[in-house]
Design a protein around this ligand. Structure first.
Ligand code: CMP
Length: 218
């Protein structure tokens, strides 16, 4: 049996699409490492709108905050597809932190990158023009999850209008309206429900255009 399989036998968990791993406010004494699949970290906003903070994939971890500060879960964790996770309880986590500097470094690096993302998201949420907010959120998604190839940009996450609305913290109707404008401007196309970014260059130019419009008026 491979080591990965052995670890999974000991502390593995499987989840199906849309299964809730935990909810914001739950008590939590274990953290999770994603072996396969995708997990979405979300937060409920005041008006009932759900905001996606991040989408995580294989090798990423989450749920460490409640273990470190012994507080409640700061956000929801939901499986976006069939996922296999390794659950590490407080004791095992502490033991690794005490004995393995590589793990400590990895956690610090990850927290730093999360803080950078959060700063970017704060800057994004300050954008008053909802057209620019949506276009800029698409750009952030492309930078984080996209790869540019000869046939356009491929994303490693399912990117629907509904997902985009949760990332922007906007309702679905408004997001749909703005995506239609972006389609008309040939910045994105729709393949069924999925948003396809055909050219990073067009997207960036469109955002510049909206910035100029905001600065200098119609
Ligand atoms: P915890 O608070 O235990 O449960 C929710 C988890 O979501 C949290 O630990 C982190 O692992 C993760 N998390 C919370 N906020 C963010 C964020 N802004 N970006 C990425 N991950 C987050």
């Amino acid at each position: 049996m491979s080591t990965e399989q052995e670890i999974f036998e000991k502390c593995g968990r499987t989840y199906n699409t849309n299964d809730i791993i935990f909810r914001e406010g739950d008590m939590g004494n274990e953290m999770f490492i994603i072996q396969s699949g995708k997990v979405k970290i979300t937060k409920q906003l005041k008006d009932g709108v759900e905001k996606t903070l991040v989408i995580l994939g294989p090798g990423d971890f989450f749920g460490e905050m409640a273990v470190i500060d012994k507080d409640v879960r700061s956000a929801n964790a939901v499986a976006m597809e069939a996922s296999r996770l390794i659950a590490l309880d407080e004791e095992v986590f502490e033991m690794h932190m005490q004995t393995n500097p590589k793990i400590v470094k990895k956690i610090l690096k990850n927290l730093t990158s999360r803080l950078r993302d959060a700063n970017q998201q704060i800057a994004n949420l300050m954008i008053k023009d909802t057209n620019r907010l949506v276009a800029n959120t698409i750009l952030l998604v492309v930078h984080k999850h996209g790869e540019e190839g000869p046939g356009g940009i491929t994303l490693d996450i399912p990117f629907t209008v509904s997902e985009l609305s949760k990332m922007c913290g906007l309702d679905m109707k408004k997001t749909q309206e703005i995506v239609e404008k972006l389609v008309k401007a040939k910045v994105v196309t729709l393949s069924g429900e999925t948003i396809v970014v055909t050219s990073l260059d067009s997207l960036e130019k469109f955002i510049k255009f909206l910035e100029m419009k905001e600065q200098f008026g119609e």
